[in-house]
Design a binder for this molecule. Structure first.
Ligand SMILES: [Zn+2]
Length: 198
């Protein structure tokens, strides 16, 4: 949703208002969720409280090997919003990349022998760094690649369950080729074998 909203609500007894449906949808507000009122001068900003998950790169320990984690900047946690949107995650990693000495390639297009560009069905992420242990870097690269696969795989909804569409063998090989470690390849193969629900 890109357009700006302008909505009104009436204050009732005990200073209560009903949050407009459109705002709840925009901010993903549900029963029990905390919301924040923040002032800027006389203006009030209303936002949903950020939700965090343990950092997938350092498992919340804030370190990779002996070095501060470049994914979460050593906080051990990541905003859910960032994990669920690969473009946001790549944006955040790009901002951290210079400070932590990690080069990031996010390949979304390929060029064929005739010089024609096309979008890849599954973008590929590559991490390079001389500071972090190579095996750890590959593991993290695969964790991010798994998020890409999860977000780019066509899904269907049946009986209120969201399922991954089973890809053809050729497509599955193409997907698995984007991963480096055996562990990640096996894990992703299972997602499809059992039509993983999300
Ligand atoms: Zn981390």
């Amino acid at each position: 949703m890109n357009k700006n909203l302008y909505l009104k609500a009436t204050v009732t007894g005990k200073r209560q208002i009903t949050i407009p449906k459109e705002i709840c949808e925009l901010l993903n507000i549900d029963t029990g969720k905390q919301v924040i009122f923040r002032t800027e001068g006389k203006k009030v900003i209303f936002e949903a409280e950020k939700e965090y998950e343990t950092c997938f790169a350092c498992f919340g320990t804030s370190k990779i090997g002996e070095i501060e984690c470049f994914v979460c900047k050593g906080t051990g946690k990541l905003e859910k919003d960032i994990i669920s949107d690969i473009y946001k995650l790549v944006g955040v990693l790009s901002i951290h990349s210079i400070k932590y000495g990690v080069e990031i390639d996010f390949i979304q297009q390929e060029i064929d022998n005739n010089g024609i560009f096309s979008y890849k069905e599954f973008p590929v992420i590559k991490l390079r760094s001389s500071k972090y242990p190579a095996d750890e870097l590959l593991r993290i690269q695969d964790e991010i690649q798994k998020l890409i696969i999860e977000q780019f795989t066509p899904k269907s909804t049946e009986k209120n369950k969201t399922l991954f569409y089973l890809p053809s063998d050729a497509m599955l090989n193409l997907i698995l080729d984007t991963l480096s470690t055996k562990k990640a390849k096996e894990e992703v193969t299972k997602w499809f074998r059992y039509e993983r629900t999300i």
